[in-house]
Every structure is written in structure tokens, then in C-alpha cells.
Design a binder for this molecule. Sequence first.
Ligand code: FRU
Length: 485
Amino acid sequence: MKTFLKLTLFLFLAISFFSAKPKREYNNEILRPQFHFSPEKNWMNDPNGLVYFEGEYHLFYQHNPFDLGWGYMHWGHAISKDLVHWEYLPIALAPDNNSKEKEYATAWSGSGLIDHNNICGFQKDTVKTMLLFYTSYQCGQRLAYSTDKGRTWNKYEKNPVIPFDETDDARDPKIFRHQASGKYVMAIYRKPNGDDSQRGISFYTSSNLFDWELKSHIAGFYECPDLVELPVNRRQDEKKWVLFDGDGSYVVGSFDGEKFIPESPKQKSDFGKNYYATQTWNNIPEKDGRTIQIAWMKDGEFPGMPFNGQMGFPCELSLEKSKNGIFLVRNPVKEIENLHLKQESWIQKNIIPGLNKNLISKIKGDCLHIKGIFDVKTSDNFGFLLRNGKTNQGAEISFNTKNNILNCIGRQVVVEPIGGKLQLEILLDRSSVEVFANGGKVVLSSCFTPEQDAEDVTLFTSGGELFIENLDIFSLKSIWEAEEE
Ligand code: FRU
């Protein structure tokens, strides 16, 4: 009998061992984002050169290929067909002048553009040329081009296109074609005459992409500018320009191709801890029509990982008019749905105080997409604990109904419920969380340090009842999954 039991146990263990799915290795380290872009190895900061070309979204990024810290800037490169699955390509830009220095002549931030009309004359056959404009640190603004869809890159022989000026600290050129004037515009961070109080964005124009003329300057901005035109309330007959600062804050105004006239105060676009160096994609086809932005989740921490840095999730931008003015609205791109795995839903549920009454206790995971509408009823405070562990409560996202303060891992912002209801959309990806409230009117992007293996998710209310109008929670597939099989 004893032998029989032993044999059964042995068979059971053997079957479990051989039928268990092997744990995926590639890009699955404990703090590796599973649906946000991160470099395969080493340091990453700003997104650069964002451009769409023939079915591929190109994402370049500030990259130190040698170690986990900032410096020795190269442009890393990745492409995606759907803004969520990324394929790493070889480094696109290395430092100029064969520099081996940490800063001198390294490839700092900039932007990308498709030369549809072969203005530069680099085109060889029918494939349009891709252009990258970048700051070569202490060596001026420079141009590189690719005639093979971004697979290999050449530097323009007559670089720089704007010479180095040791007083103005110019950097981060964002180029785009201004439809109405037919000219190219460069928005670039500068401090004219070396005057710190004038730190801001200069606008240059060009007809041939080689010769640039300074047209105007606006003070009060720092690093990584971007300028986009967006419809107001989705109406194509009313458009406004939005000028972005490095920290994602923005001013709404008008732009005639040479000068930006502000029509709003500067406002924050993200209230979390980690949102920086925003940039929008150039050359998105008209039939798509979206303006898509991505940012670096600056200061995210990845101890023990082979990489250091992650991007925020790509978002669609729009403008909405309210009685207080025109505001930016930001929402995750719809392609997030390509990653939906399993859906759990709740409709019209009342919940009462007490952690042990967790309605969504069956939800476990470290990569989730949560969408819900909450009637605040008599609750004083309600919200989610994500990756709630034994020693670390994880990321807390909560709403204080007395003062309408939305809190995400210690960062706070006032959000007015609409008709007593708060709408929340949340992206959780291992150690980052992005919260979009009331249809993207308010956004918080933050990183946190989770407890290893913590996968519990709690929905709580304190002080009174909360009514869930609807709640959908999707588990998400890893974008790196295909690499394994
Ligand atoms: C912003 C920034 C840019 C610069 C780059 C260097 O994070 O400081 O102004 O071009 O990073 O890596």
C-alpha cells in the first residue's frame, strides 16, 4: 500500500513538472514593463524622432548603450505596427566626430520627418527619405537621413544645419511642416544671449530643410518643445495650437507659421510623478488623423534590472472647450485593446466599507486595464490598491469625495465628479500606473516599487457606500510574449 501511495505521488509530481508551462525568460524580469516600451538593455531617456512611415511607427530614444546611467548619448531605435508591440532595431545615431566623451558631440534629443517631396535630394529610388534632426551636444543642430526606411542612417555631410552658439544652449529641435505657409518649422529650446530669464522656445523656418531662419522666441519654457494643431471638441472648423514644455505642461494659442501667440495660461497636463520630455508623432496619415504623444517616465526606478527607463503608454490628444477655457484631453490609444486577454465585469453593485468585503477579490495580476464609473454616494474615500502585498500596500489610487481630490501614489489633483460620478481608466504595468479621470481630462502618471509577486487588487470604500455603475477589468498580454514561442 505504502509503495502504491509513493508511486502515485511520484507520478503526480512528474506529470505536474512536465506539464507546467515554462516561465517566459525574454524581457520578463520582475520590473520589466510588459506593455510599455523599455530599452532591451541600459539607459534610456527622452523619446526622439517620432515618425510614422509606411505602416511603421518609429520610436527613437536617448540611449546610453554602455551602461545603466545617463551619458554617451546615442539614438536607440524601435518600430511598431500598432503602437504596442515593439521591435528593437540597431542604434540609429552614434555621437559625432568619433567622440568618446560623455557629453561632447553626443546625439541629444530631436525629431523625425518624412521628406515626401525629396526637398533634400537624398532620395535614391521610390522610397521616401526619412530625416532626423538632432542636437549634437556643443556641435550645433544636425541632420541625418535614411533612404531604406530607417534601417541605416547617414549623417548630412554639411552639418550642422544651425551652427553651435556657445551662449544659447540650443537643443531638442522639433520639426514639422506648416501646411498654411508651406514651410518647415523648427521649435527649439534656447536661451537667447545666454540670458536665463529668456529661457524658452525659438521658432525657425526653412523652405529647403538645410537653411534655417530665426523668426520669433517665447520665454517661459525649458527643454523638449513640441507644437501641434488640434481640433476643438473634434470640430475640424475650429482648431488651436498647443505648445508643450519639457514637463508636458502646455499653452493653448495661435501660430501663423512664425510666431506663437498664447491664449491661455500654462497648464499642467500630468499630475503624477513621472511624465517628461513629451513628443508627438509626425506624418501620421490624414485618414488616421490622430495626434499621438508619448513621454519618458522620468525617475522611474528599476533596481537590479538590465535596463533603466520606460516610456509612458502612447496617448491620443484632443482639445475640449469648457466654460473656463480650452483644455487638453489625453487618453490611451485604442490599440491597448489588442492586448486584452480576459475580461471581468461588474454592473450596478453597491459596495460597503471594510477591506474584507473586496468585491473584486478574484482579480489578480500586475498588468491590468481597469475602466469604471463610480457613483460616489455616501463614500468619504474610495479607490484601488494595486499589487497589494503583505509588506507593501502597492499603488493606491483613491478619491476623497469631500474635497474632490484624486490621489495616485501620493500625488494629488482636484477632479470634479460629473453628475456625482467619477470615471476612471487605469493602466497598471508592473511598476507603473497611469490614471485617466473623466475621459482623460485629468491624468496622473507615476512609477512605484511593488513587492515582488504581489498580485492582489482591492477596491475599497470608507465612511459610506459606493455605487459601481460599471467596472471592467482586463488582464493584458505581454507584448514580448511572441518572442518566447
Ligand atoms: C531632457 C534632455 C534634453 C536633452 C537630452 C539629453 O531630458 O535634457 O534637453 O537633449 O535630455 O539626454
